[in-house]
Design a protein around this ligand. Structure first.
Ligand code: SF4
Length: 430
């Protein structure tokens, strides 16, 4: 297939921009796009920043925003969008389920200059409930109509829960779970399938789905509708059965010329994370792996940006390519703007920690430059290199010290200062 067949929206200049940004040889990048190990986004008119996920690229961070039925304010979500972008989110997903969903998505698209993803099944279920009084009456044609609506609005990727099949749900049910199906889209589809004694239309009519994605140049993010939502449910039959289906669907997407990547857990104990990455990459033919967390414990609501960052760092170090942030509001409520900022920062730290050991170009060098500045008590450079320079300035200002070369932790007993003096005074050993 030609570049144009796989990347209808993307110009050669966009591909070159991704290669330059990632310090990757253009031929290597193109080969990995063609093999499916890398997914790239961007629009020829420059409205969407060139970006890639996958083997050899910097680990990317996604921030979810979006209204809820209780908080349907577009302005709030636009504020979160700008906050997420200001602290370095690489991509945005609009998960709106409240208010005028079409209008909100279009406003977010217009204001968002990075790749944007959506989850169309939410809107399908909401419209079915508004029309028929229950989401059980979703009509398959409506699923494809909403997907095309999102595609026509210029979204770059969509979460599509195609692996929630009768067989994978049966596998999940046969083992039983503490927390059942925790994916919003996964639960909607499994419920509809049971109520209608029918197969998932996204699986059964996958070719129709691929035709829409190809027509608009939209990437498929194959959703983890059966991801574990409890430590005890990790790596169970349902999760693995779904991943096997997704592997089959990865190949069919590639054969059609649709870029595809795969979503993953969820909640997972630390020791299962590396094995899960190896298994997912193997079963899904090295498609880029996009993970929500994983959260490494269930017992810290209010701090789940931290439980997710611990899991995200291990997961990305083991080969995951793309982290979906988790905010302190996870499991508790719709995030505020402050939650969004904390979530992005936690995920960026996890992603960077992984990039250091993945040997992503420039990652370890960033740490070295910071350490050098720290060793020299070069506060100006430390601030410039900090992931959040504003916070460094704020914190230094809060606890001012009499010795501006040091900080108020040790003051005149600053070990950096003492040792700098020792090194300068040291005589060469003959
Ligand atoms: S005062 Fe202590 S904490 Fe502060 S820079 Fe010096 S060694 Fe580090």
């Amino acid at each position: 297939m030609s570049d144009q067949e796989i990347l209808p929206r993307i110009s050669k200049a966009t591909l070159e921009a991704v290669a330059a940004d990632e310090k990757m040889n253009l031929d290597t990048l193109r080969a990995r796009v063609h093999s499916g190990e890398i997914v790239v986004w961007g629009q020829a008119d420059g409205a969407v920043k060139p970006m890639g996920i996958g083997t050899g690229l910097r680990t990317k961070v996604n921030a979810n925003i979006g209204t809820s039925p209780d908080f349907p304010s577009l302005d709030d979500e636009l504020e979160k969008l700008h906050a997420a972008l200001s602290v370095g989110a690489d991509t945005i997903m609009d998960l709106s389920i409240g208010g005028d969903i079409d209008a909100i998505r279009r406003e977010i698209r217009a204001a968002c200059n990075v790749p944007l993803g959506t989850v169309p099944i939410y809107q399908v279920a909401i419209e079915a409930e508004q029309r028929y009084g229950t989401m059980d009456k979703m009509v398959p044609d409506q699923i494809f109509e909403v997907i095309e609506r999102h595609a026509a609005d210029g979204v770059d990727f969509m979460t599509l829960h195609c692996g929630v099949t009768r067989q994978s749900v049966a596998a999940l049910d046969s083992e039983g779970r503490l927390c059942g199906i925790v994916s919003r889209g996964g639960s909607m589809l499994a419920n509809w399938m049971q109520a209608n004694n029918a197969e998932n239309p996204l699986y059964e009519d996958y070719d129709r789905l691929l035709a829409i994605l190809k027509k608009y140049g939209v990437s498929a993010s194959l959703g983890d509708g059966l991801r574990p939502g409890a430590i005890a449910d990790a790596s169970d039959r349902g999760q693995i059965a779904e991943t096997q289906v997704l592997g089959e669907l990865v190949l069919r997407a590639r054969q059609t010329g649709v870029q595809v990547f795969v979503e993953g857990p969820g909640h997972m104990p630390l020791d299962q994370i590396p094995g899960n990455v190896i298994l997912q990459k193997h079963l899904c033919y090295n498609a880029p792996f996009y993970v929500l967390g994983p959260l490494v414990t269930d017992i810290a609501p209010g701090y789940d940006h931290i439980t997710a960052a611990i899991g995200g760092a291990i997961c990305a170090a083991a080969g995951a390519d793309y982290l979906c942030y988790v905010t302190p509001a996870e499991h508790l409520g719709l995030p505020t703007t402050d939650d969004v900022v904390e979530g992005v920062m936690a995920a960026r730290i996890a992603a960077h920690a992984a990039d250091v050991v993945k040997r992503v170009p420039g990652a370890a060098q960033w740490d070295e430059e910071m350490s050098q500045a720290r060793g020299n008590l070069d506060w100006k450079t430390m601030i410039e290199l900090a992931m959040d320079p504003g916070l460094v300035i704020e914190r230094r200002g809060e606890r001012a010290t009499l010795d501006p070369a040091a900080c108020s932790m040790c003051g005149k007993f600053c070990s950096m200062k003492i040792d700098m003096a020792r090194r300068h005074a040291a005589k060469p050993v003959s």
